[in-house]
Design a binder for this molecule. Structure first.
Ligand code: AOF
Ligand code: ZN
Length: 353
């Protein structure tokens, strides 16, 4: 009796690399999350992951963790991202692999960073190391979707978030009518704060600031506060709004040229009448922000959808009917039959395959 195994041996170890890499969630930025294992005679003899930008890469930790270094000459090194070949904050991992005479390297995916992109693989091959590339490639790219989008598309990874009623309204028409509890209960708030802590920036329009006076922080979770971005065309948000407090840094994108009075605020000028979403993502790219979560309102969300500048939409859906109100943003129709994860109250849409 035997079982057919769908996962081959390389996939098994790259899967372990991905698992190790995730230990770095939230601490490696602007570097990617990377995991590495070293296998000798079907046994893992070393493991490591990249913990923090400026610190050693995954392969260095994996190699250092091997007790008997002589075994490296008969081992395979697995790594979820192509070993680097440049002097950045740390020296090239490719040189380290060559110096330890590791005969075989299995890689999840190539590195999109121009300093590396294929050069790490070349260096290994030129030193007669057997290289296999592309094991669980999709999973390895997905692990670092922000890093890949930033380097390949020259813009941050863009997540849209909103809540809507069963009849697709975002809010009642008048502020006097309270939003139903589900639109903002303590559980949805906590998950939203967790999401915020995973991104480098959070963006809203002027109306959201003036209507809701949000803080846009991660106070119901933990981790870093993202940089707050507000589209404030006419510089109409006064210093009394929470978004201008000192809990996090704020970037105001405006048509006006003015100096922010608070030291945690900076201002960037933009032409609001001409392809605003593209100008905004260009500014975020220049500021090296690899991801942004857009939390509204309707006009802002819809402008990014219409410009096709989004990667993921996270929509809280309620069974409650509002019957009237501010209509929810509309995603392209094709997505409703495409990839969609459906939960009772949360739908996820992806703008890529
Ligand atoms: C690897 N293994 O674990 C990571 C890699 O400034 P540095 O020296 O830290 O280099 C950063 C770049 O190196 C980063 O942009 C990415 O291309 C690669 N990251 N490479 O072989 C790792 N974190
Ligand atoms: Zn490296």
């Amino acid at each position: 009796m035997y079982y057919f195994c769908r996962v081959n041996i390389h996939q098994k170890y790259i899967q372990r690399c991905i698992q190790l890499a995730k230990n770095g969630l939230g601490t490696t930025y602007p570097n990617p999350m990377v995991g590495s294992v070293i296998v000798h005679n079907n046994t893992i003899i070393g493991e490591g992951w990249h913990q923090k930008a400026g610190q050693p890469h995954a392969e260095v930790h994996a190699i250092n963790s091997v007790k008997n270094k002589n075994l490296l000459r008969e081992s395979t090194l697995y790594v979820s991202l192509e070993p680097c070949n440049h002097y950045g904050k740390t020296p090239p991992c490719s040189d380290l692999i060559v110096s330890h005479k590791i005969p075989k390297v299995v890689i999840g995916t190539t590195d999109p960073f121009v300093e590396v992109a294929g050069k790490g693989i070349q260096k290994l091959q030129h030193n007669s190391i057997e290289v296999i590339v592309g094991v669980l490639e999709k999973e390895c790219i997905d692990l670092n979707k922000r890093f890949f989008t930033f380097h390949n598309k020259k813009r941050p990874y863009i997540i849209l978030k909103w809540a809507e009623s069963a009849d697709r309204y975002m809010a009642p028409l008048t502020k006097e009518i309270q939003k139903p509890v589900w639109l903002s209960n303590k559980y949805s708030r906590q998950i939203v704060h967790k999401w915020r802590s995973e991104e480098q920036a959070i963006l809203v329009g002027t109306k959201t600031v003036i209507d809701d006076n949000p803080q846009l922080t991660t106070r119901d979770w933990y981790g870093n506060n993202p940089t707050r971005i507000v589209l404030d065309k006419k510089n109409s948000i006064s210093n009394s709004f929470a978004i201008k407090d000192n809990t996090a840094s704020t970037l105001i994108i405006s048509e006006e040229h003015f100096f922010a009075e608070n030291e945690n605020c900076t201002v960037e000028k933009c032409n609001f009448d001409n392809l605003l979403p593209q100008q905004v993502v260009d500014i975020l790219y220049q500021k090296k922000l690899q991801s942004v979560i857009i939390e509204g309102g309707k006009q802002t969300l819809q402008s990014f959808i219409d410009a096709n500048l989004w990667d993921e939409a996270r929509v809280f859906c309620s069974p409650v009917f509002l019957k009237n109100g501010l209509e929810a943003p509309l995603l392209p129709q094709k997505l409703f039959t495409k990839k969609q994860v459906q939960d009772d109250e949360l739908k996820l849409f992806f703008n890529y395959d």
